[in-house]
Design a protein around this ligand. Structure first.
Ligand code: NAD
Ligand code: MG
Length: 491
């Protein structure tokens, strides 16, 4: 059944940028095309912005911030608006999911059941949280009151990736708006449509014009001027480690804005000798690597299996991969759509070829599946020196490595520049505690792949993260400054 026409019927796509609460053209008038990666069709033309548009968006955000229309509200008033925005997102779930699926190649069913609901959930959670938080009074002599308060930083810039376009926007704007900031969003050039529509819904919900602006275009023309802007107080980013490093340079060379980076990963699942039910584990781990085409920063792209369970792990992973349904992302049964772009496909297939040439064994897949589709791929006999063990592939490709002992398995898991997430399988409660502590990762799932929930902080150790965490109340630290107010009572 081809259901594409049902979802796309009556779909109207944005064609401008969003500044001061309305759609507008970019200053220079340049446009770029955004495509459906399944068939290469152009689905929309969007402004290719430059530094003058960045200035306009930042000026709008600054004016809104200074005026107090949002930053000066009672937290409960912001809560009501953000909860209304969450409601509007769910009222428009089919429209948003269709845009997201068409633009990013993400399966429509995932978009409707995960991405859009989680986006609404995130914004609601931060909105709900804000009027339940208290500031602090520090110990002092009776002659003084020492208040420790949190204030919004001011203007926040958010530079986003293409793998979870709506959800990553929510992870940034949820806490940034809840804490009273104004925001300028630069979505990834591959996937800008839903960011624009979300900004429009925000205004409909009651977010005042200028508080949330979205400007489209490319990294060097839009991302860099935001990173270097003298009037941006904080920059939050999700994407590659290489680009993340640049934002630290931009900040150092401009106004020392706060920088928070969520970057790449090479997360491992460690399966110890006493792990129970390998078929179940393989089912979980197939989702941990193949879900969202492997275009997921916490994807468990490595499995380190103890030699006692290694053969069964490879066999069961192979079976799980074979059952994965790859195809048109607009088909409701599709589990994996196309990779996001030609460039990304070339990167993934190139690393797969490198894996073969360096001696890893293809247990399943290893090839494209037509267009930008890629077969779920399982590599066995992967060793620590191979590129597919070290480099982030960001595709549906898992590397399975044998460990002689439990200790070696943990050591191999940590043999990476990254430290975003890890998974550990064992029946021993003491091994679970001991090794969860030894794994160098921001999130460790035990006996299940986990990214935590909206309530738990998310971010990376080592080259996977810098400067703070997304999610949970911990995310609010990114978007607030701590201020001490010392009141002398003797006067
Ligand atoms: P990227 O890091 O280059 O892009 C992310 C964002 O940064 C985009 O909005 C982009 O326009 C912007 N950007 C790019 N170059 C910039 C620059 N010089 N200055 C300022 N902003 C800039 O990622 P990509 O090129 O789309 O993908 C490359 C690799 O990054 C992927 O193959 C994958 O390994 C990794 N990646 C990781 C995540 C994640 O969730 N951690 C997400 C997307 C991509
Ligand atoms: Mg696209």
């Amino acid at each position: 059944m081809n259901v594409q026409t049902d979802f796309t019927k009556d779909l109207s796509l944005p064609s401008g940028i969003f500044i001061d609460g309305r759609y507008t053209a970019s200053a220079a008038g340049q446009m770029f095309e955004t495509t459906n990666p399944f068939n290469g069709d152009t689905i929309a033309r969007l402004p290719s912005c430059d530094a003058s548009d960045v200035d306009a968006a930042v000026a709008s955000a600054r004016a809104a911030f200074k005026s107090g229309v949002w930053s000066g509200l009672h937290p409960t008033e912001r809560k009501v608006v953000l909860c209304k925005l969450a409601d509007l997102i769910m009222e428009n779930v089919d429209e948003l999911a269709t845009m997201e699926a068409l633009d990013a190649g993400k399966p429509i069913t995932d978009c409707r059941e995960i991405d859009v609901p989680e986006t609404a959930n995130c914004i609601r959670w931060h909105g709900e949280a804000q009027d339940k938080l208290y500031d602090q009074i520090a110990p002092s002599s009776p002659d003084a009151v020492a208040m420790i308060v949190r204030e919004p930083v001011g203007v926040v810039a958010a530079v986003l990736p293409w793998n979870f376009p709506l959800l990553m926007m929510a992870w940034k704007i949820g806490p940034a708006l809840a804490t009273g900031n104004s925001v300028v969003v630069k979505p990834a050039e591959q996937t800008s449509l839903t960011a624009l529509r979300l900004a429009e819904l925000a205004v409909e919900a009651g977010v005042p014009p200028g508080v949330l602006n979205v400007i489209t275009g490319f990294g060097p023309e839009v991302g860099e001027p935001l990173g270097r802007h003298m009037d941006v107080n904080a920059l939050t980013f999700t994407g590659s480690t290489a680009t993340g490093r640049r934002f630290l340079e931009y900040a150092a060379q401009s106004n020392l804005k706060e920088v928070c980076l969520e970057m790449g990963g090479k997360s491992a699942a460690v399966i110890l000798s006493d792990a129970a039910d390998i078929p179940r584990i393989a089912q979980i781990q197939s989702e941990a690597i193949f879900w969202n085409m492997g275009e997921n920063c916490t994807a468990n792209s490595r499995i380190i299996a103890h030699k006692d369970v290694y053969d069964e792990v490879v066999n069961e992973m192979t079976k799980a991969a074979a059952g994965w349904k790859v195809g048109d992302q607009m088909d409701v049964d599709t589990q994996n759509g196309p990779l996001v772009s030609d460039e990304h496909y070339a990167k993934v297939s190139g690393l797969v070829e490198t894996g073969k040439s360096q001696g890893a064994k293809v247990a399943h897949g290893g090839e494209g599946a037509g267009g930008l589709l890629f077969q779920p791929t399982v590599f066995a006999d992967v060793t620590r020196d191979m590129d597919i063990f070290q480099q982030e592939i960001f595709g549906p490709v898992v590397a399975v490595t044998r460990a002689e002992t439990d200790e070696e398995a943990i050591e191999l898991a940590n043999q990476t520049q990254y430290g975003l997430a890890a998974t550990l399988y064992t029946q021993s409660i003491s091994k679970a505690h001991k090794y969860a502590r030894k794994l160098e990762a921001g999130t460790v799932g035990v006996n299940a792949y986990s990214e935590g929930e909206i309530s738990t902080p998310f971010g990376g150790f080592k080259a996977s993260g810098f400067g703070g965490r997304d999610n949970g109340i911990h995310a609010h630290e990114q978007y607030t400054e701590l201020k001490t107010i010392w009141i002398d009572l003797t006067a």
